[in-house]
Design a protein around this ligand. Structure first.
Ligand SMILES: [Zn+2]
Ligand SMILES: [Zn+2]
Length: 367
């Protein structure tokens, strides 16, 4: 079928074009997209900074309605409302058996190669150029084909745009607090970087009962969003003594620092700021090649922990429904996370607004 899609034919080349999408195979489903989240990973991919490079159709956060299923699909049927799970873990490899579905061994040959579970693609440009699916899904398009393992049903009370961001930004931010840090209540926390992931981490800190919750960013607009999402204090990181201010507010440093930026500077600040015995959790990945000088003495003598957290250490088929239940129960204020909506044709504007800090989370919506 012919569909419109946001496509990177080559690095730094973004267009919205009509492309051909092949029908779902035996274990796959066809989804009419209703909403697609706009994430920094999309921007990094289109710029060629992550593992899978163009040509590909962008987008990995998304939700929609199933319109067709392959003959071996049993648990999903046409008409189901679903969100995309771009970490379709095998649940049988040694890593999965340890409960670490987010780093399933299969993902290296599927999600991170931007192909479907059978190693192939379903997308072709009008001139015959074969297109990959960003993170194995490609949600910035009117329709998407993914394996049945790549969708999770959503409750009626959850709007498509909320379901779309739960699958990445929210899972990454909230999961970092709840799963990776296993945060204990009444302890001080800081969140560095207040985009979609950082703001979700602030919601996670609130959910876990952390206090105070200090938001750190270089943009005033993002600090305003952070206050709305539950930060008790904010720090403008352009100030020279930002780390000292943070340590003063938290009386000796936060027990948990969540770094949603993941640059050499912010990782260094996170480790410096966290109190002795505390945890610096690195959530964001600024670029695939960032390397940091590390003070072993700080780690050892002050008993600090430096932890990586990929997509909130989630087990998608358990945690995505749980996050949606928390939203329905009013425990995650995700409506405030989505501050601007765009049509597919406005995707370039959506990226610009994200970079300039105009939005908490932008979402593409489809008619
Ligand atoms: Zn994302
Ligand atoms: Zn696995």
């Amino acid at each position: 079928m012919k569909i419109k899609a946001a496509l990177a034919r080559k690095i730094n080349h973004l267009t919205v074009e009509e492309v051909e999408l092949s029908p779902p195979k035996a274990t796959e489903v066809l989804i009419q997209m209703k909403a697609a989240g706009v994430c920094h990973s999309d921007l990094h991919t289109y710029r060629g900074e992550l593992r899978a490079t163009p040509p590909l159709v962008l987008g990995h956060e998304g939700a929609g309605i199933v319109t067709a299923v392959g003959h071996n699909v049993s648990k999903i049927k046409p008409g189901d409302r679903v969100t995309i799970n771009w970490l379709p873990a095998c649940e049988t490899c040694p890593t999965c058996l340890n409960g670490r579905h987010n780093v399933c061994e299969r993902l290296a040959t599927t999600t991170f190669k931007a192909v479907l579970l059978d190693g192939t693609t379903r997308l072709t440009a009008s001139d015959g150029l074969s297109l990959k699916h960003m993170l194995g899904v490609a949600t910035m398009a009117e329709y998407a084909v993914v394996d049945q393992a790549g969708v999770v049903p959503i409750p009626d009370e959850v709007p498509f745009e909320v379901a779309a961001v739960i699958g990445c930004a929210v899972a990454t931010g909230v999961g970092a607090v709840v799963n990776t840090a296993r945060a204990k209540p009444a302890l001080p926390a800081a969140v560095i970087g207040c985009g979609g992931i950082g703001l979700s981490a602030i919601q996670g800190c609130q959910l876990a009962g952390l206090n105070p919750i200090v938001a750190v960013d270089v943009m005033e607009s993002k600090l305003t969003f952070a206050k709305k999402m539950g930060a008790t204090h904010t720090i403008d990181a352009t100030q020279k003594d930002a780390v000292e201010i943070l340590r003063a507010i938290t009386q000796g440093g936060p027990e948990y620092v969540f770094d949603s930026v993941g640059s050499a500077i912010t990782v260094g600040q996170s480790l410096q700021a966290v109190r002795p015995g505390g945890k610096a959790i690195i959530v964001g990945l600024h670029a695939a090649k960032v390397e940091i000088p590390l003070s072993v003495a700080t780690l050892v003598l002050q008993n600090k922990c430096l932890l990586g957290s990929f997509v909130g250490s989630i087990r998608p088929r358990l945690d995505l429904p749980n996050l949606m239940d928390l939203y329905v129960a009013g425990k995650l204020a995700l409506d405030d996370l989505i501050t601007k909506r765009y049509r597919l044709e406005q995707v370039s504007q959506a990226f610009d607004d994200m970079e300039s800090g105009q939005v908490a989370r932008g979402v593409l919506v489809f008619e």
